[in-house]
Design a protein. Structure first.
Length: 195
């Protein structure tokens, strides 16, 4: 995975065989606003996401939430772009420190439906998980998801995570739905890379 430092941002561009992961910035707001607010994308996301998604919601999120958290070193967020059309934002992937110890969420992602089913998100997950463990030197990565979101669970499984807990959680598509928590430790990730 090649990395190119983005001038002034402090966050690198991550590259995979088919993707560029570029740090999310204000310039991405129009593309995010156009691509993100679709029920098939948001239904399994947290109720913290405003829904319906207002006309300036992407700009407000990037400017007022994402960028300040990146400056504080609490969040790392990339736009997902295909190498074949690098000006096209097709999704977002996020790493985050969580205040909820010991079981907070450390990663989230979404991908436009027309780009799903090609293994692209698995590539993005591999790249940011490696960043989490090798650059940020975090001890464990945890992520929670709706049990119904089988595609997301499959990505966690494919990338070496293990299911550690079942519980209930609120999502945009409903309250107190069955949910799963997946995790992988730094040692497990590094051993998997060597194998």
């Amino acid at each position: 995975m090649e990395q190119e430092q983005v001038k002034g941002a402090g966050l690198p561009i991550l590259e995979t065989p088919r993707l560029y992961l570029r740090p999310l910035g204000v310039k991405d707001a129009p593309a995010l606003q156009q691509t993100f607010p679709r029920w098939e994308i948001v239904k399994y996301l947290s109720r913290r996401i405003p829904w319906p998604y207002g006309p300036d919601a992407a700009l407000t999120y990037i400017r007022d939430i994402s960028l300040p958290a990146m400056v504080r070193g609490e969040l790392w967020e990339w736009s997902i772009r295909p190498r074949e059309a690098s000006d096209t934002l097709i999704g977002v992937i996020t790493l985050m420190k969580s205040e909820k110890k010991p079981q907070g969420d450390n990663r989230g992602f979404w991908l436009a439906p027309e780009w799903q089913g090609q293994g692209l998100m698995t590539e993005a997950v591999e790249a940011v998980t490696d960043y989490w463990f090798t650059v940020l030197a975090q001890p464990v990565l945890r992520t929670a998801k709706a049990e119904e979101n089988r595609a997301s669970s499959a990505i966690s499984h494919k990338t070496g995570m293990r299911l550690v807990e079942r519980f209930h959680r609120d999502f945009l598509c409903g309250d107190q739905l069955p949910a799963e928590r997946w995790e992988i430790t730094r040692e497990e990730w590094l051993a998997r890379k060597i194998a």
